[in-house]
Design a protein around this ligand. Structure first.
Ligand code: C2E
Ligand code: MG
Ligand code: MG
Ligand code: MG
Length: 288
């Protein structure tokens, strides 16, 4: 009857939940193992200056090549690493690896490293940055830390003090994914960010006039605050034209390159031709 069926459904859910918990525990153990045994890789996505058309830097993005599951997305394992505390060690590895790699590049392209809120909440972040710079010999000005506004939401006085100490080292600081979550223009005034990265949701629907209005407002405020604007997630020529029209300085997105392995970065930097050919272009016929 219905009662029995209900009980079975219950049992089914319990089994399902137990399986999910077991899978999570396994993933957690594998994550720990990968952190300890160097099982991660960094890919790098170029950031392009719209005026000269050159690559000015790369964002380092974590990749976990998993023996059974292929490449696991950071969207899946970063939250797990944060919950388990492994992010501290993993984050320190990312900083060191990215700085070592960038120090070997020809030229002075910067490298951007994502830093999680949890890394700010635990000790060791400043030490990890200092160590990565010392070990690699990278000029601090070539390292940029990307933080999201959630970093500023908690104990923000301590975090802001920490950011100032990092900036005193010469390191640059970017506000990532701006325009998502609890975004408020007031975050832009809490710290003198070197860069504001506008979230890709704003270029996804370029037909919506409010998106153009918001990007224009952020661009204008950034200019007053002395920050550069990078627009993320540019996938089409149409989106590129939109970004040019709003006079943003830099772009990043699949239209140019997805994140690529370290070896491809050196080939990219060795090519002296401008990365983006029509650097001064602009489709005056289009309006948004
Ligand atoms: P994020 O820092 O905002 O990085 C940009 C994400 O957008 C990357 O996803 C990148 O591959 C993706 N992307 C770039 N261009 C395009 C595009 O044109 N279209 C679309 N649809 N996506 C694009 P990814 O590599 O999966 O990383 C996701 C997030 O995971 C990152 O977002 C960042 O928050 C986090 N993450 C990645 N690496 C690290 C790390 O080393 N440490 C920490 N704490 N977080 C990391
Ligand atoms: Mg980022
Ligand atoms: Mg982002
Ligand atoms: Mg993000």
């Amino acid at each position: 009857g219905a009662k029995a069926a209900g009980r079975n459904t219950c049992r089914f859910y319990e089994t399902g939940m137990a399986a999910a918990a077991a899978a999570r525990n396994l993933l957690q153990l594998e994550l720990q193992d990968a952190v300890q045994s160097g099982g991660f890789r960094l890919h790098y996505q170029p950031v392009i200056d719209l005026r000269g058309g050159a690559v000015t830097g790369f964002e380092a993005l974590l990749r976990w090549p998993h023996p059974r599951r292929g490449l696991i997305s950071p969207a899946e394992f970063i939250p797990l690493a944060e919950e388990t505390g492994h992010i501290t060690r993993l984050g320190a590895w990312v900083l060191r690896e990215a700085c070592l790699e960038a120090a070997a590049w020809p030229g002075t392209a910067r490298v951007a490293v994502n830093v999680s809120t949890v890394q700010f909440a635990r000790p060791g972040l400043e030490e990890a940055v200092v160590l990565a710079l010392a070990v690699s010999g990278l000029a601090p000005q070539r390292l940029e830390l990307e933080i999201t506004e959630t970093v500023l939401m908690g104990d923000s006085e301590a975090v802001i003090a920490c950011l100032h100490r990092l900036r005193d080292l010469g390191v640059r600081v970017a506000l990532d994914d701006f325009g998502t979550g609890y975004s408020s223009l007031s975050y832009l005034c809490l710290f003198p960010f070197d860069r504001i990265k506008i979230d890709r949701s704003f270029v996804r629907e370029i037909g919506r006039p409010e998106n153009a209005a918001i990007v224009r407002a952020v661009r204008s405020l950034a200019a007053d605050l002395g920050a550069v604007v990078t627009v993320e997630g540019v996938e089409t020529e149409e989106q590129l034209a939109f970004v040019r029209r709003l006079d943003c300085e830099e772009v990043q997105g699949f239209l140019f390159r997805p994140p690529v392995p370290a070896a491809d970065v050196r080939a990219l930097l060795a090519d002296p031709a401008p990365f983006l050919a029509s650097a001064s272009g602009g489709d005056e016929g289009l309006s948004y």
